[in-house]
Design a binder for this molecule. Structure first.
Ligand code: UDP
Length: 630
């Protein structure tokens, strides 16, 4: 079915970062939904139509706006920071007004890859809450702070996910970008890019940046000033250029897009640069110093390490998420501080590049997952998987973790089953167990067998989310995020060894309490449950093996006040060092089960269920595929 999208953002405002959002979204749509028709809100409708091949409607063309909203299938905000009141309350009211109209027209509304906040006024918070909780079908955010803010305002976890900045998708253009002809003579110069934007403290900051550039020049450098907003950034860029020329006339400086005469005068009409042109220029750099968020995101895409100058929390958040240094402009930063950070990045360039590469890769994965969820919702093909009658969650590891952190924050009860083929086979003869697992809130594929079965049946590749990886994750972030953990299961000596092991960690997890898993009487079980409640734990790992652990959780779930409960099998045996964890190669190949049989041959009897599972899963897949053809 053709889809007709009304896409809203700060487009056509001569800001390469904002236009990059539109370009990324349009390219993604054309790739995933070829029949899509897009109309974008734009401050320059003709330019937007010409540059991106979409329909466009002006911000003040109210009738055209209403007509577009009325005729579309969905209203989509694909990125940026729409819900914030730091620039002005008027802009927030304008966009909220559009959402409200779309809502009245019964349109589906999607906020994607958004940065949320700062929200300084109560009314802004209320509007945001309404947009996110009530009106939006899906809300994905680009950073942790936005996620926290929305969770605190009570946005349901089912529609809230952490994704990333959508412009990361421009990465696909990198191989096709024109390579600038390098000036061989000056090839040894380090190229430092600078992107400034208007800011109250710039008159102090500009001379300090100019001074810092000479101090950091232990090796020859050249400066590339890169304005991202053609109009707004021109003045700060020229001021910096003048200052550098004044302090170091010998330092080579270029200013992208601005044709500047000998008296540093520029004409508006001479300014022009598309997101891809800016990306091509940033790719040439060895280091970027940036105030504009998208100067840093583009550097991330190109693998160029950077120093963020944070005028807004979103800049700091991106620097933190990509492990790059950042100076907060709210502090009165000195030229020395800038020079020290610059030297640090230049001297440890490889370290920062490696960090950047892996963090951007992670963000890219998160972005794609978020867009997959959007695709499912907007096309009405919400993904639902089932293996031999047991539902399996389509969420990947990050999404599961994000969902569980949300449940912890709101203290909503959530039972997670980490499903493996053995459990599916037990459920075929144990009706009580089958009912318990099918009623669980989240069922993640723990064993490779489940993922293969989903692949055979639906042709979809599921991410791995094992119980042990979930446990490992929460143990590792427990102290940082203040998440209190209770461990229930394993032999008394094993669980104690486990606790002792954790205490040796740097930044040990917060163990709210623990109890072994060999409770012989009901009274003992009740006492363990009471202990869990007294501990005030946020998450309960039950490692008593399936189906015992799931049955225990189901029996005591109502009386427990711990929000998240996960069955994790023999996890504590591994953490305590009693049982060796499958080596990396076994894990990478999905052969943990083989390693367990080799290291614990008594498990061979249980493994006998695996061939039967494989056979049944193949029949299940064939049946499903034949049915979907007929
Ligand atoms: N266990 C327990 N209580 C019991 C039986 C078993 O706590 O009554 C523990 C056992 O000590 C082991 C875990 O449950 O730590 C079961 O591990 P297994 O490897 O069998 O579970 P799987 O990972 O295969 O689900």
């Amino acid at each position: 079915m053709p889809q007709n999208f009304f896409v809203i953002g700060y487009f056509g405002c001569r800001n390469a970062g904002d236009d990059a959002i539109l370009q990324s979204f349009v390219e993604w749509c054309r790739n995933k939904i070829p029949s899509v028709k897009i109309t974008a809100l734009s401050a320059n409708p003709l330019g937007t139509e010409k540059n991106y091949g979409v329909g466009a409607v002006g911000k003040k063309q109210f009738f055209a706006l209403l007509r577009t909203a009325a005729s579309c299938d969905a209203v989509i905000f694909p990125g940026g920071s729409i819900l914030q009141d730091i620039t002005s309350l008027r802009s927030l009211m304008y966009y909220a007004g559009l959402v409200w109209c779309a809502r009245l027209l019964r349109k589906r509304i999607f906020f994607l890859n958004q940065g949320v906040g700062p929200l300084r006024r109560t009314i802004s918070l209320k509007i945001t809450q309404r947009c996110a909780s009530r009106w939006a079908q899906l809300f994905t955010v680009r950073d942790e702070d936005s996620l926290d803010l929305l969770r605190k305002t009570g946005v349901p976890h089912e529609k809230l996910f952490k994704a990333a900045d959508i412009t990361l998708m421009l990465k696909s253009h990198i191989p096709d970008l024109p390579v600038k002809t390098t000036d061989k003579k000056n090839d040894n110069r380090k190229k430092i890019g600078i992107s400034l934007r208007p800011h109250a403290g710039l008159h102090n900051l500009t001379p300090r940046i100019a001074a810092a550039l000479s101090k950091s020049a232990s090796e020859p450098i050249e400066i590339h000033i890169i304005p991202l907003h053609e109009k707004e950034d021109a003045a700060p860029s020229i001021n910096l250029l003048e200052k550098i020329k004044e302090l170091h006339p010998e330092l080579p400086v270029r200013c992208l897009t601005l044709k500047i005469d000998s008296r540093f005068k520029t004409q508006d009409s001479e300014l022009s640069s598309t997101p891809l042109e800016i990306l091509a220029s940033i790719r040439e750099l060895d280091l970027m110093i940036g105030m504009r968020l998208h100067s840093l995101v583009f550097s991330g895409i190109c693998g160029v390490p950077f120093l963020g100058l944070s005028y807004d929390p979103k800049v700091k958040a991106f620097c933190e998420a990509t492990s790059q240094p950042c100076l907060d402009l709210a502090d009165d930063i000195t030229g020395e501080e800038i020079a020290t950070e610059l030297n640090n990045v230049l001297q440890n360039a490889n370290f920062f590049k490696e960090k950047l590469k892996s963090e951007i890769e992670e963000q890219y994965k998160a972005l794609n997952c978020g867009m997959d969820i959007f695709l499912g919702k907007v096309t009405g093909e919400e993904i639902k998987f089932e293996v031999l009658g047991i539902p399996v969650s389509p969420l990947n590891f990050r999404e599961v973790v994000s969902l569980l952190e949300g449940k912890i924050q709101s203290r909503e009860s959530c039972h997670v089953v980490t499903l493996n083929p053995e459990m599916v086979m037990v459920s075929r003869t144990d009706e009580v167990f089958r009912k318990i697992i099918t009623a669980a809130d989240v069922i993640v594929p723990d064993g490779v067998g489940i993922r293969l079965a989903v692949r055979a049946k639906y042709g979809r590749k599921l991410g791995k989310t094992t119980g042990i990886e979930l446990a490992e994750y929460f143990f590792s972030i427990s102290r940082r995020k203040g998440i209190r953990i209770f461990m229930l299961g394993a032999k008394p000596a094993v669980i104690e060894r486990c606790v002792a092991e954790f205490s040796r960690w740097t930044g040990p997890p917060i163990i709210a309490g623990y109890h072994h898993g060999y409770m012989r009487t009901e009274a003992e079980e009740k006492e363990a449950a009471a202990g869990i409640n007294r501990s005030g734990a946020d998450i309960l790992f039950v490692g008593m093996g399936a189906p015992l652990q799931e049955k225990w959780i189901a029996k005591y779930r109502e009386t427990l006040n711990v929000p998240v409960m996960i069955g994790v099998g023999g996890c504590f045996d591994v953490f305590s060092g009693t049982v060796q964890r499958a080596p990396g190669i076994f894990r990478a190949l999905g052969l943990e089960w083989l390693h367990r049989i080799i290291s614990q041959p008594r498990r061979i009897k249980r493994a006998a269920a695996l061939p039967a599972f494989a056979l049944l899963a193949v029949c299940d897949a064939l049946r499903y595929r034949v049915k979907s053809i007929l």
